[in-house]
Design a protein around this ligand. Structure first.
Ligand SMILES: [Zn+2]
Ligand SMILES: [Zn+2]
Length: 248
C-alpha cells in the first residue's frame, strides 16, 4: 500500500550551505530511485521535515539507496516514519513470484507503471531491477512523464493528429520507446512483459472513431490471447503487446 511518510533531515556537518536545496535534490534522487512519488519540505531550521508519498512500508529503507543517495546523505542524520496509508492509493503487489508483467502508463497515475500479471497490482519500482546499467529507475520514470505529457496534449485537444498517433500507433516514436523499455525489462526479469498499447484510446471525444474494437493485433494481425488482469483484457504474445478490449 502506498504510504504517507515523514523524513527528518538534521545536518551533521558544520557550515553546510543551501540546505533546503540539498534536501530537495536528495528527495529527487529518492524519486528517481522509485522510493518516493512526491514531496514537500517543512522548514524547522536547523531541522527540515519532508512529507512524502512512498510506495510501500519498506520503500524508504536504506537497503534500497543507490550510491548517489548514500553519498548525499552522509552530511545528514535522517529519521523516517510512516504516518499512514495514502487514502487514494490501492494496495500494491505482494507476490513473491510473477508469471508475467504489464508495462502500462496510466495518465492519471504517478506510481509504478509495472503491473503484476498474477494479482493485477502495481509493483513498486524498489522491487524491480535497474535497466540499461543505471543505478536508478530514470528510464522508466522519464518515459512515464513523457507519455503523460503527450496524453495531456491529446486530452486537451491541442494537437490531435500528432498526439493521437503517438498514443495508438505501435510505430510511433513514443510507443517504440515504450516497447524498447519493455524489451529491456523482459531481459532483466526473465518473464514475459507486455506493453499496454492505448488502442482503443478511450475517452468520450469522437467516441466511435476513437474506440474502435480491435479484433486482431494491429502489429502482426495475429489473434489475441485473453488474460485475466485489471489493467488489460487481451495480449498478443508474439508482439508482447497488451490491449484493453472491452467485452460487448
Ligand atoms: Zn502480484
Ligand atoms: Zn502481434
Amino acid at each position: 500500500m502506498y504510504k504517507i511518510a515523514r523524513i527528518t533531515f538534521k545536518p551533521i556537518v558544520e557550515g553546510l550551505e543551501n540546505i533546503p536545496d540539498r534536501i530537495d535534490e536528495i528527495l529527487a534522487m529518492l524519486y528517481k530511485n522509485g522510493q518516493i512519488i512526491d514531496w514537500i519540505i517543512e522548514d524547522h531550521s536547523p531541522i527540515f521535515i519532508a512529507t512524502v508519498n512512498t510506495t510501500d512500508d519498506d520503500s524508504l529503507d536504506a537497503k534500497y539507496y543507490n550510491q548517489y543517495i548514500r553519498k548525499e546523505l552522509a552530511d545528514f542524520e535522517i529519521k523516517t516514519e510512516i504516518v499512514g496509508d495514502d487514502a487514494l492509493a490501492s494496495d500494491c503487489c505482494h507476490c513473491t513470484e510473477h508469471s508475467y508483467y504489464i508495462f502500462a502508463i496510466y495518465p492519471d497515475l504517478s506510481s509504478s507503471p509495472v503491473i503484476c500479471g498474477d494479482c493485477g497490482n502495481e509493483i513498486p519500482l524498489t522491487r524491480m531491477p535497474y535497466l540499461y546499467g543505471e543505478e536508478e529507475h530514470y528510464s522508466i520514470l522519464n518515459f512515464q512523464r513523457m507519455y503523460k505529457a503527450v496524453d495531456t496534449l491529446w486530452m486537451d485537444s491541442l494537437s490531435d493528429r500528432f498526439t493521437k498517433r503517438q498514443l495508438v500507433d505501435h510505430k510511433s516514436e513514443l510507443n517504440r520507446r515504450g516497447m524498447e523499455i519493455r524489451a529491456e525489462l523482459e531481459k532483466r526479469v526473465g518473464k514475459p512483459v507486455y506493453y499496454l498499447l492505448a488502442n482503443p484510446i478511450g475517452g468520450w471525444y469522437d467516441y466511435e472513431k476513437n474506440n474502435q474494437r480491435l479484433e486482431v493485433c494491429p502489429k502482426c494481425g495475429g489473434a489475441f490471447d485473453k488474460i485475466d488482469n485489471a489493467y488489460a483484457d487481451k495480449v498478443c504474445h508474439n508482439c508482447r503487446l497488451a490491449f484493453i478490449v472491452p467485452e460487448d
